[in-house]
Design a protein. Sequence first.
Length: 220
Amino acid sequence: MKRFLVAGVLVWLPLAITVYVLLWLVGLMDGVFGALLSAVAAIAPASAQSGIERLRDWPGLGVVVVFVLLLATGVFATNFFGQWWLRQWDRLVGKIPIVKSIYSSVKQVSDTLFSSSGQAFREAVLVQYPRAGAWTIAFVTGKPGGEVAEHLQGDYLSIYVPTTPNPTSGFFLMLPRADVIELDMSVDAALKYIISMGVVVPAAAPGAPPKLPLARNPAG
């Protein structure tokens, strides 16, 4: 009976989690849609209040409206006129105390992660962590810069080491390139490997020889 029960859980658990995540996303979009309706209702005349409130009862309308709003925002932000307005907005927010530090930090991280020209989380690597002889999968996020780079002698990489099974938290390290082993697996495959705690083993790339770490710099 225990074997049958475990088999049943394994069948339903992925479906239940998928449905839960989708319902959470739909609820989030409906919440944004509700906030937009409340803002419109606050400035609309009294004669239009009942019509606006009826829109809340339309199932799925919030998802469609938020999707269209995001798409329209993307179209606006990718043209010359929209980019000018976004620069003005960034300049305005940058003058507000406290808000500017939060906004600028989140914007820099999001631009780095989701920009098509960015290199963050584009490469999976193998590093020794938390001690020599213990290996884990990490992701290259770039190279050290600014004052930090001035204190590092040699070729260093910025590495993000995610935790298991929650990869959204982790550790930021700066390691010599010679201590990093490049992997042929994709970022998606590496994330599945981390989240599953090593149960879901990614297949090796066909015909790809195993990569070896670069030779250490004796001076480093």
